[in-house]
Design a protein around this ligand. Structure first.
Ligand code: COA
Length: 386
C-alpha cells in the first residue's frame, strides 16, 4: 500500500479580509503551500478543495473550475467537496485517497470560505443549513442554539460549569497570541467570557468561534517520492470519517458526538495506536462545549471530565496534551471550509518543528478532528513526521 505525506503547507491571514476576494485568498494559500513544498505548479496532478456555502456567501458556485483556472493549472481535474464545517477535511481525505490508490502522485488540497461579505443574520442562516433545515433552522435553531443544547445536557449530566466552558476560550485565545495568522490575538480572562453578551444561553459571545474569511492549502505526495527528493515531510498515518443523524433529535445522546467517537476509534485502529500515543491535537472548538466533547469523545480524558481537565491545564500549551496550539477555531478563526485544512497545516508545522513561538517539543503523533454541523460528519486524521 502506498503512503501519503504532506510536503507543503500555507495559510492566508484569518479574519475580516475586506481587501481580499475569495479567489485571491485561495490563490494566496495555494501559492504559499507550493512554495513551501519546493515543488512547482506543473508538478500538481489534481486539486481537491473544501468550501461550504459559496453560493450563499459570495454567489459563486463551480469552485473546482474557478480554482484550477485561477491557479493556471487547467486542464488537471479540480474538485470541490462539501461537508459543512468538515468540508476541508473531506477534501484532504479525498486527496489522501487519490494518492493512496495510485491515481496520483502529487495533489493540492485547499480549504476556503469568505463569510464576512454578508451580515450576521444572513451568515447564521447560511451556516444553519449545516443542521436540519426542516426540524431545526426553520424553527430558528441556528448553530449557537444547537451547541447551547449540547452544553446544557453536559452541564446537567456531569456538572460542567460556565467557568469550565470559559476556560476553553481563555486557553485558545492565549494560544492565538503567538499565531500571526489568527483572527484574535488578544488574551482574555474567565471574567471576560462570563461577562460577554449572551448569544444562546449558556453560550456567550466569547464561547463562540467568529465569522471568518480565510484559506489554507496543502501539497500531498506519495511518501517514497518525497523521501527520494529529500523533502521535509509529515506522513498522514490514517484518516477516518464517520456520520450521524443530521438533526440533534436523531441522536442517542446529547453528551457525546458519536461521529467523533467512531471516526476516532477507526483512525486509532488504522494507525495502530491509542489515544495515549497522541502528543498534540487540533480539535473542532466551534463553541467552547465542542472542545470539551471532543477531548472526551477522542478518549483523551474520561467522559464527563473534560471541563475539569481543561481547568487543570491538561490541554494547555505546556500541559500533558496541548490542544489547539493554533488558537483553535475560537481565536484563530473559523472560515468553515478552510478549517480542516488549516488544522492539518498547524499539526504538520508542529511535527516539523516549524511552529515558531507555538512550538511544542518532543512530538511524535499529532491528530486533527474536524466536525461538520452539530456532529453529523466527523473526520479524524493522525500524523507523524516521515
Ligand atoms: N469571539 C470574540 N470576539 C468576537 C466574536 C467571537 N466569536 N465575534 C465577534 N467578535 C467581536 C468583533 O470583533 C467585534 O469587536 P469590535 O467591536 O472590537 O470590532 C464585536 O465582537 C462585535 O462583532 P459583531 O460582528 O457585531 O458580532 P456579531 O454579534 O455580529 O456576531 C456571533 C457574533 C457570535 C453571533 C458570530 O460570531 C457567530 O455567529 N459565531 C458563530 C459562527 C458559527 O456558528 N460557525 C459555525 C459553527 S458550527
Amino acid at each position: 500500500m502506498r503512503n501519503v505525506v504532506i510536503v507543503g503547507a500555507g495559510l492566508t491571514k484569518f479574519g475580516e479580509q475586506w481587501k481580499k476576494s475569495f479567489r485571491e485568498m485561495i490563490t494566496e494559500a495555494a501559492v504559499s503551500a507550493i512554495l513551501d513544498s519546493k515543488l512547482e505548479g506543473k508538478d500538481i496532478e489534481a486539486i481537491y478543495t473544501g468550501t461550504m456555502a459559496t453560493g450563499k456567501f459570495i454567489g459563486q458556485e463551480h469552485i473546482g473550475a474557478l480554482i484550477s483556472d485561477r491557479l493556471g493549472l487547467n486542464p488537471i481535474p479540480s474538485t470541490r467537496l462539501e461537508a459543512a464545517c468538515a468540508s476541508g477535511s473531506v477534501a484532504l481525505k479525498q486527496g489522501y485517497l487519490s494518492i493512496k490508490s495510485g491515481e496520483h502522485d502529487i495533489v493540492a488540497v485547499g480549504g476556503v470560505e469568505k463569510m464576512t461579505e454578508v451580515g450576521v443574520h444572513h451568515a447564521s442562516s447560511a451556516l444553519g443549513g449545516a443542521g436540519d433545515q426542516e426540524t431545526e433552522l426553520f424553527h430558528g435553531a441556528t448553530f449557537p442554539a444547537l451547541y447551547a443544547l449540547l452544553a446544557r445536557a453536559h452541564m446537567k449530566k456531569f456538572g460542567t460549569t460556565e467557568k469550565h466552558l470559559a476556560q476553553v476560550a481563555v486557553k485558545n485565545h492565549e494560544n492565538g497570541v503567538d499565531n500571526p495568522f489568527a483572527q484574535f490575538r488578544n488574551r482574555i480572562t474567565i471574567e471576560h467570557v462570563l461577562n460577554s453578551s449572551n448569544v444562546s444561553s449558556p453560550l456567550k459571545l466569547l464561547d463562540c468561534s467568529p465569522l471568518t474569511d480565510g484559506a489554507a492549502g496543502l501539497i500531498l505526495m506519495e511518501k517514497q517520492k518525497a523521501l527520494d527528493l529529500g523533502l521535509d515531510a509529515v506522513e498522514i498515518v490514517s484518516m477516518a470519517q464517520a456520520s450521524d443523524s443530521l438533526a440533534l433529535t436523531g441522536r442517542k445522546s446529547l453528551t457525546e458526538l458519536n461521529a467523533t467517537k467512531q471516526a476516532g476509534k477507526l483512525a486509532y485502529k488504522k494507525a495502530g495506536i491509542t489515544a495515549k500515543d497522541i502528543d498534540i491535537a487540533e480539535v473542532h472548538d466551534c463553541f467552547t462545549i465542542a472542545e470539551i466533547l471532543a477531548i472526551e469523545d477522542l478518549d483523551f480524558v474520561k467522559k464527563g471530565s473534560g471541563g475539569n481537565a481543561t481547568m487543570s491545564g491538561f490541554t494547555a500549551k505546556n500541559g500533558s496534551l496541548p490542544i489547539n496550539t493554533s488558537g483553535g477555531l475560537k481565536a484563530k478563526g473559523h472560515p468553515v471550509g478552510a478549517t480542516g485544512v488549516a488544522q492539518a497545516v498547524e499539526i504538520s508545522q508542529q511535527l516539523l518543528g516549524k511552529a515558531d513561538k507555538r512550538q511544542v517539543k518532543g512530538l511524535e503523533y499529532g491528530l486533527t478532528h474536524n466536525v461538520g454541523g452539530s456532529g453529523a460528519t466527523c473526520v479524524v486524521g493522525i500524523y507523524r513526521r516521515a
